[in-house]
Write a protein that binds this ligand. Structure first.
Ligand code: ADP
Ligand code: MG
Length: 252
């Protein structure tokens, strides 16, 4: 039996004061899938993640998530509660708190910082936290201040904070930017581990990384989907070469 898609975007349009950054996108993500979203700068990749997580509103179209027929009118926090997590490019960790305190805080944002740090975690919550620290390679750094972690570790902590909510769909925007080769490798492996329990959409422009860790790739250009397929398939697509290399369309 074919998996039910976890996410189905239909004819999604995003309009910034007359500029259509997304021009009728249809995008379906299967449950358990890792989907890479690539495309030149300004293609609309980040805007696509923004509209899925409710940060930006669609002018028209529908976004179905699991059995919710259309979440496009929902607030960001409602969408988080439905099970969609988004890691932004800008850091959102608390540098003066330890790794484990950051993860604790991510568990229940609405409880407020001080009451939360005083309150004891339940057994299941503690188990979850240890599992996330182990998965993200931060177990032995749990008592370190987040501000002292390496760049890669900070990124993993942020991913870990998203995982604390046990999302069913995780949206990552250029997760390996600024990472060393070893950190990139670990991040690719982490994404694959996460996908065992959570579908993942990754915006990335590092083609070596995409080649190594992707199965299905969606190429965006000027607010539209240009093509979809394996990395080999899309690399053979002349339209892709055209948008990346800036070849003119009108010669022969
Ligand atoms: P990508 O992530 O693929 O590089 P973006 O989604 O960030 O592209 O941007 C797509 C287009 O929408 C770009 O032309 C960008 O300038 C424009 N854009 C993005 N956000 C806004 C905004 N808040 N207001 C107006 N234009 C925007
Ligand atoms: Mg972007």
């Amino acid at each position: 039996m074919k998996n039910q898609p976890i996410l189905s975007c239909r004819d999604v349009v995003v309009d910034f004061d007359g500029f259509k950054a997304i021009q009728g996108v249809n995008l379906t993500i299967e449950t358990g899938e890792i989907r890479f979203l690539i495309g030149p700068n300004g293609a609309g990749k980040t805007t696509m993640l923004d509209v899925i997580c409710g940060k930006t509103k669609a002018a028209s179209g529908q976004i179905q998530f699991k059995d919710h027929p259309d979440i496009s009118g929902s607030q960001e926090h409602e969408i988080v509660n439905l099970g969609i997590a988004r890691k932004f490019q800008a850091p959102s960790i608390f540098s003066n708190l330890t790794v484990s305190e950051n993860l604790e805080l991510a568990l229940k944002q609405d409880r407020g910082l001080w009451s939360l740090l005083r309150a004891k975690l339940g057994g299941a919550e503690r188990d979850k936290m240890w599992a996330v620290m182990e998965q993200t390679g931060l177990l032995y750094h749990r008592d370190e201040k987040a501000g002292l972690l390496s760049h890669g570790q900070k990124q993993w902590l942020e991913i870990g904070m998203q995982l604390m909510q046990e999302p069913e769909l995780l949206l990552l925007d250029e997760p390996i930017a600024g990472m060393t080769g070893v950190e990139r490798e670990k991040t690719g492996e982490l994404i694959h581990e996460i996908a065992a329990s959570c579908s993942v959409v990754v915006v990335e422009h590092d083609m070596d990384f995409v080649r190594q860790f992707s199965k299905t790739v969606t190429v965006m250009h000027e607010g539209q989907i240009l093509c979809e397929g394996t990395m080999d398939e899309i690399q053979q697509n002349p339209m892709v070469a055209e948008v990346y290399l800036g070849r003119r369309k009108d010669h022969a």
